[in-house]
Design a protein around this ligand. Sequence first.
Ligand code: AMP
Length: 176
Amino acid sequence: MNNEILLKNLRNVPDFPIKGIQFKDVSTLFKNPECIQIMVDELYEMYKDKGITKVVGIESRGFIVGAILAYRLGAGFVMCRKPGKLPAETKQMTYNKEYGTDTIEIHTDAITEDDVVLLHDDLLATGGSMYAAYQLVKEFNPKNVMINFIIELTIEGLNGREVFPDECDITTLIKI
Ligand code: AMP
């Protein structure tokens, strides 16, 4: 029921950023007070008993709900960013995209072995960017790593889940 409200308010932008892509524009969920409450409340219920100590948001749409959720869970918030944005010492992970490669970074002091981490982003498409973030976070050897997306795209033959190992705990609020 709640997910129907999210689906109804999610804007689809055809041919953005390039022809053929059906872009799921989460800005229409972020600007809607009911939708942002639904998303954060649902995620809070899902993760409140998991002992999460750090929420890691992926730049940039993963920062919005990720940071609010961290506050609700009483956890810290960590940014996983594009190269050159984080000011202190970083670790990097480079991953393949459809055309070329991309890199993400995290501060080397962002996570400790005592942390229970929830990785969060707005949307799962191929899974490439989140898998890179997952590998980066695993290098810190935290107690546990969980993964969440607001939207999971399964149309057009996409199955982003399959890039992750079977033991990965992945949740999504809406499947399209
Ligand atoms: P991927 O690494 O292929 O799973 O891509 C996920 C990232 O790209 C997310 O951070 C999304 O914000 C963005 N993205 C990929 N495809 C779409 C789409 N169809 N609509 C909106 N965002 C997308």
